[in-house]
Design a protein around this ligand. Structure first.
Ligand code: IPM
Ligand code: MG
Length: 364
């Protein structure tokens, strides 16, 4: 049988990006070696490190690399070093540029609480045990991309800032369709989150999601205002299964939901478009802990698992990686963000090696 061939663009990025990426690539390589796939990994520059090297956070070459690849694996971008730069060349622009140019409109952020980490959550164990939520965030619309935008000055020099919250019905229908499909593959329960009591854009959101739902009579659709959802996520998170929401609300709610799992260092993500995909941990570049071998690589390793599942058609390998992560946690290995008395405190590289060892272990 000939091996399937995939091109993967790798952008380690800034801050802890290179450290966590190194561990994730170890995992990817061992899995690829024993599956019927051949991977061509090409590294590119993105974010602050790209700005330092070529004066732009999003070099043309990197965009082309991403466009020519079957999937993109990203570490993290940004850091205080680049915060004073003009908005147009900030590292974050590269991430937004990639999302836009690759048309990655569907951002999957699974929030899964591993049994072993129930005590690492700031919430009571009985609230978070068994939590398995999928946040589906629309990723290429809303105030993130809407125009007009910017800061203007009037004749007296007084400044006004403007951003535009905007969604077309096609954009809403597209993400809603994905949401219903995903819900169908899970517990057939979908919650759409909006602010339809105040914002017309999200009233349209609610209406179009409801219309789309007519094609999915087997999925129970509910609606919730975003402020209430923020509250319910910490009051009674077990009520949620799939949540679909707008770009900005999804950004905020997914950070909040991450804490259910104990650490934002545990959350992977997949950003999918028509035939394109990008995988990245949802935490940022964590410049304060960069270069110290203490960052948690598990979110990036779990992002690799998502890539195996969604882009490389290797669901068994994805499950094996997820199980290896769960097993390592079961054995008590912890990076400092999820450490508690009695567990084994390890660094970034040791955590990566522990996952590798599980994957290489007998019977796999
Ligand atoms: C995220 C991040 C990004 C966003 C930033 C880094 C631009 O917070 O992926 O959630 O706001 O989308
Ligand atoms: Mg965010």
């Amino acid at each position: 049988m000939t091996a399937k061939y995939y091109r993967i663009a790798v952008f380690a990025g800034d801050g802890i990006g290179p450290e966590i990426m190194k561990e994730a690539l170890k995992v990817l390589k061992i899995v690829a070696d024993r599956s019927a796939v051949e991977l061509q990994l090409t590294h590119g520059l993105l974010g602050g490190s790209a700005y330092d090297a070529c004066g732009t956070p999003f070099p043309e070459e990197s965009l082309n690399l991403a466009l020519e690849s079957d999937a993109v694996l990203l570490g993290a971008v940004g850091g205080p070093k680049w915060e004073g730069l003009d908005y147009s060349v900030r590292p974050e622009r590269a991430l937004l540029g990639l999302r836009e140019k690759l048309g990655l409109f569907a951002n999957l952020r699974p929030v899964v609480v591993f049994d072993e980490l129930v005590d690492a959550s700031p919430l009571k164990p009985e609230l978070v045990k068994g939590i398995d939520i999928l946040i589906l965030r629309e990723l290429t619309g809303d105030v993130y991309f809407g125009r007009p935008r910017g800061v203007t000055r009037d004749a007296e020099g007084k400044r006004t800032g403007v951003n535009t919250m905007i969604y077309t019905e096609e954009e809403i229908r597209r993400i809603a369709g994905r949401a219903f499909e995903l819900a169908r593959g899970r517990r057939k329960k979908l919650l759409s989150v909006d602010k339809a009591n105040v914002l017309e854009t999200t009233e349209l959101w609610r209406n179009v999601v409801t219309e789309t739902g007519r094609d999915y009579p087997d999925v129970a659709l509910g609606h919730m205002y975003v402020d209430n959802c923020a509250m319910q996520l910490v009051r009674h998170p077990a009520q949620f299964d799939v949540i679909v929401t707008t770009n900005l609300f999804g950004d905020i709610l997914s950070d909040e939901a991450a804490m259910l799992t104990g650490s934002i260092g545990m959350l992977p993500s997949a950003s999918l478009g028509a035939g394109r995909a990008l995988y990245e941990p949802i935490h940022g570049s964590a410049p304060d802990i960069a270069g110290k071998n203490i960052a948690n690589p598990l979110a990036t390793i779990l992002s690799v698992a998502m890539m195996l599942r969604h882009s490389l058609d290797l669901p068994d390998a994805a499950a094996a990686v997820e199980k290896a992560v769960a097993d390592v946690l079961k054995d008590g290995w912890r990076t400092q963000d999820i450490h508690s008395p009695g567990s084994r405190l390890v660094g970034t590289a040791e955590m990566g090696d522990a996952v590798l060892k599980k994957l290489a272990g007998p019977g796999r």
